[in-house]
Design a protein around this ligand. Structure first.
Ligand SMILES: C[S@@+](CC[C@H](N)C(=O)[O-])C[C@H]1O[C@@H](n2cnc3c(N)ncnc32)[C@H](O)[C@@H]1O
Length: 495
């Protein structure tokens, strides 16, 4: 299959090609520091601006950028000066096309950090909608950050696109399978493996899970399925023809392919009718399956906000008439389907070990972004929630058990100035910024201090009781026990 799109890929040695690009200064560091349009030429306007910045230069950097970052046609002689005879290999592979004295790349090959990312040029979305392949987006990175830190896990990236998450993981010792229904995505994924000298990912073309059935069960499955709730379109990477996302199909089937104790992480968008009923529909997708399910809502938009966010940045609708018509089409669809709200979030699903309970949990919190330790948060929350449900600890147990603050929990005291006065605010963050991020009071800080010293919460109860009346003694116990329970539920401490 990859041989069809890039014939000869398996025998290609890209070392000289890449070292010529690096020698031209076409590196992750230089691109990262480049002016905005060059760094992110994702919209037609940004691409035009980027081309204007480099088009009258024939430096090796300008030629490399025009060819491989912006998809511009450059004179063959300039390309030869940059690439020497490696250009012949690129033409044979189908990575570059030559036409009447000029050459043009067929796919984007850009340096990002210390790796190469090969994907479709953003502006090509207007020409080849159906099988256009996305590169590494914020959601791709989120998915990677959410991976629980297991030792040498067997993972599946379901709907892998260019397989970036699988590649990150195989480098750190995982075995990885990656599926996609779009053969072009898999061909690009293999090209990325070649460019980055990564071996060992097993690719399978077809449905998210069925294509991977022979390699199941998995320790971790990650999926960022076509997520846009649109009125229907044919862009395989982000939508379906009837406008339904594939999130329900993925969520309802994924647990079947997990090992006991295995985790699934699914990014999703879904619709609902009011601000309050946001959890009902995704909860139904799991039904009464014997799994542990944690739904985390991270954003909620009105149809108007949601539609505009997608339509105004869509390179296919850049003039005022077509953008307005498309916007109306989206709003009509939402009206016809009684969609009043659209939420974004993540579903974390774990298959219980023998003897562990199934449970459901929902949280809603706008996230400022996950840190690379988000997977650690996820694992701690799932484990703690299971412990709380399994042991159903009473107040005495909670107060007399010793806990450790989760590694990397940080508290920061900020001074807030208001009307000439200043007020101290304590901001607490879980290590991965997934499980908790918000203000706490001093009592919680003191609780953490006790835990850090290896002491139980009971000591805080005694200190606080000394300051209140006899009548209030028992409520202090209850309140501190509740603080401990919440600290556990939010993954901030472990027993
Ligand atoms: C939003 S992209 C995510 C790509 C990549 N995992 C990432 O996070 O960057 C969704 C991917 O799912 C693939 N896809 C769509 N429908 C699919 C299906 N029924 N089975 C398997 N993959 C599918 C698309 O081709 C696309 O590559």
């Amino acid at each position: 299959m990859s041989e069809g799109l890039f014939p000869g890929l398996n025998d290609w040695q890209p070392t000289e090609f890449l070292s010529r690009l690096g020698g031209a200064g076409y590196t992750g560091e230089v691109i990262k520091e480049a002016p905005s349009p060059l760094r992110t030429p994702y919209t037609p306007t940004a691409r035009q601006a980027a081309l204007a910045l480099v088009s009258d230069s024939t430096t090796p950097f300008a030629i490399a950028t025009r060819l491989f970052h912006l998809g511009d046609a450059v004179p063959l002689q300039n390309a030869m000066d940059l690439l020497g005879w490696t250009i012949r290999d690129l033409i044979d592979l189908g990575l570059v096309e030559s036409n009447e004295g000029s050459v043009q790349a067929t796919v984007q090959i850009s340096p990002q950090g210390d790796e190469w990312i090969a994907t479709d040029f953003p502006h090509k979305q207007t020409e080849s909608e159906a099988d256009w392949v996305m590169g590494v987006g914020p959601s791709t990175r989120q998915l990677n950050h959410l991976m629980p830190p297991l030792e040498q896990p067997h993972i599946l990236e379901a709907g892998c696109g260019i397989g970036w998450v699988a590649r990150q993981r195989i480098r750190s010792g995982a075995t990885a399978v990656a599926t996609d229904i779009n053969p072009r995505a898999l061909a690009l994924a293999r090209l990325n493996d070649r460019l980055n000298n990564v071996h060992g990912i097993t690719y399978a073309e077809g449905d998210f899970f069925e294509a991977a059935a022979e390699y199941a069960p998995f320790d971790v499955i990650v999926a960022n399925p076509p997520y846009i709730l649109s009125p229907g379109g044919d862009r395989t990477y982000c939508e379906t023809s009837d406008g339904q996302t594939l999130c329900k199909s993925v969520v309802s089937r994924v647990a079947h392919y997990l090992k006991p104790g295995g985790y699934a992480i699914v990014l999703l968008n879904w619709s609902h009718e009011t601000d309050d009923d946001w959890a009902a529909e995704p909860m139904r997708w799991l039904g009464d399956a014997p799994v542990q399910g944690w739904l985390h809502q991270t954003e909620c938009s009105t149809p108007e906000q949601y539609a505009w966010q997608w339509v105004h940045s869509d390179p296919r609708f850049m003039d005022s008439v077509s953008v307005a018509a498309e916007y109306r089409r989206w709003l009509t669809f939402y009206r016809e389907h009684a969609i009043q709200r659209i939420s974004l979030g993540c579903y974390f699903i774990r298959r219980p070990l023998v003897g562990e309970p199934s449970w459901r949990r929902t949280d809603a919190r706008q996230l400022r972004g996950f840190s690379p330790a988000a997977g650690q948060d996820l694992e701690t929350v799932m484990r703690n929630e299971t412990w709380l449900r399994q042991t159903e600890p009473d107040s005495d147990t909670l107060l007399d058990t010793c806990y450790s603050p989760a590694q990397g929990v940080s508290a920061e005291v900020k001074m807030v100035l208001r009307e000439g006065w200043h007020r101290a605010v304590i901001d607490l963050q879980s290590p991965g910024q997934l499980a908790y991020g918000g203000q706490i009071d001093e009592t919680v800080l003191r609780l953490f201090d006790l835990f850090a010293q290896g002491k139980p919460a009971r000591e805080l109860v005694s200190t606080l009781q000394a300051k209140v009346s006899d009548k209030a003694q028992s409520s202090v116990e209850k309140e501190v026990a509740e603080l401990v329970r919440n600290a556990m539920a939010y993954g901030l401490v472990t027993p």
